[in-house]
Design a protein around this ligand. Structure first.
Ligand SMILES: [Zn+2]
Length: 415
């Protein structure tokens, strides 16, 4: 299974470092906008350039010449612009209104060549050489940063440096992936008309996909607790100054939360794109409080935001977002030939089918069932629609190591 962790870390930057980062961002945006200019054509999408290598070959030397940016940052800016143009072309093909992408937000993509991580600081390439801002980390150890970024069990994937104008702070979103390959045997592969990525939202992991990727979100929990503690302290003081500080804290907290969920939303959409999925299926959130009594308000907030962000980000990549009714998705065995549904199948984070003995992570099992529920519903609709007449329409669910066909599942009551 693919476990990814995202750590969002605030940077403590000196005035000099701040200037260097802003100047770097300015040149980075220049490169991205120049690339978009080069790739874009208002005449026709067939004239837009979307081949990363060709664009890089055409622009790289020139942009290196014109800026003080390090090689990887120039490449990252080109890559970002080509990807944006590509996404626009996809929408254009579908007849949606599009215009040339422009870049204004100060965000830069770093990889191992341009960023080096240490226990308490990061070294970042800038137009003024390397700068080494330190991290603003929580007091208790190990921090999520230590556990996932510095751990040998996780490989560093990439990070995005983001300047938040509202708070005047720099944040680093660091994405890591656990190194192991505990794959299930691939279940059923085959040609399909539509492929679904099922997503389970929960308390153990914020999100789990049917492909077996986990977004654990434990640093989200950690920071929510920290903010709550601080709020409690200020509320007790009850002075005018404390009240003002409380408002400021609230703003900072909200910015941080949104930033965190945006990162996960982006990764969820990438997961769907990487696995050639056309649809992302979530459970309906209407009675989430009843179904997840242990969920705190900040969990429910995160689920709603995540759904909202994915709903507007996914269509930009040609992926649609759907919701299915939650119907015993966590008590049901997701195995193709079983489908046994029972309260006793689930023990906390572990799922064990009482009938066939299938043992698997409970949230992963639920994510597969959500995908299957959508697939069944969709297939049923296609069959019964006289217009489509496609009796052999297929809807598959993307799972870890293959696909499942919604049709071959044993239905459960109410399906
Ligand atoms: Zn079973």
């Amino acid at each position: 299974m693919d476990v990814r962790r995202t750590a969002v870390v605030k940077l403590a930057v000196s005035e000099e470092q701040r200037d260097a980062l802003h100047r770097t961002a300015e040149q980075y945006l220049y490169c991205a906008n120049r690339t978009a200019d080069y790739c874009w054509s208002d005449t026709s999408y067939t004239e837009c350039k979307t081949n990363k290598r060709e664009v890089r070959d055409a622009l790289y030397a020139e942009l290196r010449e014109e800026t003080d940016l390090q090689a990887q940052l120039v490449q990252a800016a080109i890559k970002r612009a080509v990807e944006a143009v590509k996404a626009c072309v996809e929408r254009w093909k579908k007849g949606q209104r599009v215009s040339q992408p422009t870049f204004t937000a100060e965000t830069m993509d770093y990889d191992t060549r341009s960023a080096t991580f240490y226990r308490n600081k990061v070294s970042l390439a800038t137009v003024e050489g390397r700068v080494e801002p330190s991290f603003v980390l929580p007091a208790d150890s190990p921090t999520p940063y230590e556990r996932y970024v510095l751990s040998e069990n996780y490989e560093f994937r990439e990070s995005t440096l983001r300047y938040d104008a509202a708070t005047d702070e720099f944040y680093l979103n660091i994405s890591t992936r656990r190194i192991d390959s505990d794959d299930e045997a691939s279940e059923d592969t085959g040609h399909s008309d539509q492929t679904v990525l099922g997503i389970d939202l929960g308390v153990n992991s914020l999100a789990v996909s049917s492909t077996g990727t986990f977004w654990q979100g434990d640093d989200y929990d950690h920071w929510c607790r920290e903010f709550e503690k601080r709020r409690g302290e200020m509320q007790q003081r009850g002075t005018q100054a404390a009240h003002k500080a409380l408002l400021r804290l609230g703003k900072r907290e909200e910015a941080w939360r949104k930033q965190y969920i945006h990162t996960i939303a982006n990764e969820l959409v990438s997961e769907a794109v990487e696995h050639d999925c056309d649809v992302i299926a979530f459970e309906e959130l209407s009675d989430i409080r009843e179904r997840l009594p242990q969920a705190k308000w900040h969990h429910v907030w995160a689920f709603r935001r995540l759904f909202e962000y994915v709903s507007y980000k996914a269509p930009e990549q040609g992926v649609s977002v759907e919701q299915v009714e939650p119907n015993h998705t966590s008590q049901r065995c997701s195995r193709t030939d079983c489908g046994f549904t029972h309260d006793g199948n689930r023990h906390g984070e572990q799922f064990e089918c009482q009938k066939c003995g299938y043992e698997v992570n409970a949230d992963y099992n639920a994510a597969k069932n959500i995908g299957v529920r959508y697939a069944r519903k969709r297939q049923h609709k296609l069959r019964s629609s006289p217009k489509s007449g496609s009796g052999d329409a297929q809807v598959d669910v993307r799972v870890n190591g293959g696909t499942l066909n919604g049709e071959s599942y044993q239905p459960i009551a109410g399906d």
